[in-house]
Design a binder for this molecule. Sequence first.
Ligand code: ATP
Length: 274
Amino acid sequence: MIPRPLLELDEIVVEYPGNGRLKPGFRALHGVSLSVAPGETLGLVGESGSGKTTLGRAVLGLAPVTAGDIRYDGRSIAHLTRRARRALSKDIQVVFQDPYTSLNPAMTVMDILTEPLLVTGVSRSEAERRVQALLDQVHLPEDAARRLPREFSGGQRQRIAIARALSRGPRLIVCDEPVSALDLSTQARVLDLFVEIQEATGVAYLFVTHDLAVVRHISHRVAVLYRGEVVETDEATKITESPDHPYTRRLLLAAMVPDPDRQAQRRAERRSMG
Ligand SMILES: Nc1ncnc2c1ncn2[C@@H]1O[C@H](COP(=O)(O)OP(=O)(O)OP(=O)(O)O)[C@@H](O)[C@H]1O
């Protein structure tokens, strides 16, 4: 039996409001449908401006959904009250792109990681115990808890952000370009951490990225967004090796490949496509 999707987007439209005559409204998503199964990683790719971040924000209740529906575990979440949205943050979490701005610079790692637990009534001693387990899970040393974010590298800060997202045991994490600000070797280690955590906890990821190498590394399936519409959804290997849609092929050809022979081949292919 196919498990019920954890997350379902059903023909969602996101329209940013305008500002009278000064600024017209803008429709960023035009009826997008996709689903994420429990424990699955759905990569979301597309060029700049295609609507990837908007889609992730819609799932988090941060972008105006003007039509269609978003369901989490079968329940509509497109238009929740603030209170219901806060309650849902136990289940749906986010890791943003920039580890330099997403952590409060004035808080120690201990405070950053205990905060989401304390607000839900967990005792301080229990919260601090859980922080040690979280630091272990993201492979940071125990003494990291006493330090401030500025004392860590970009990759380590992203590990702190991941630990914070994990603190209440979510079933889905929206990852918005979470490795794009990191250098290549750090990217690979952080991606491996995402995979390791998924294997250990069964968490699902909606993984937004513009980078096909990243999406290939991390995803089970990939949805390709083009000008606010999903043009193709398929297994990650199919999308990254033999995509059906011409836009996906172009995206693939534009992707950076380090192998010069492959690069030359891609250049020739691109020329022949016009
Ligand atoms: N708050 C907003 N108000 C009006 N338009 C917006 C707003 N946020 C995004 N947009 C527009 O919606 C479209 C999609 O933006 P979005 O940031 O979702 O794309 P993206 O694929 O994530 O791009 P990037 O990879 O550059 O971050 C863009 O044309 C953008 O200008």
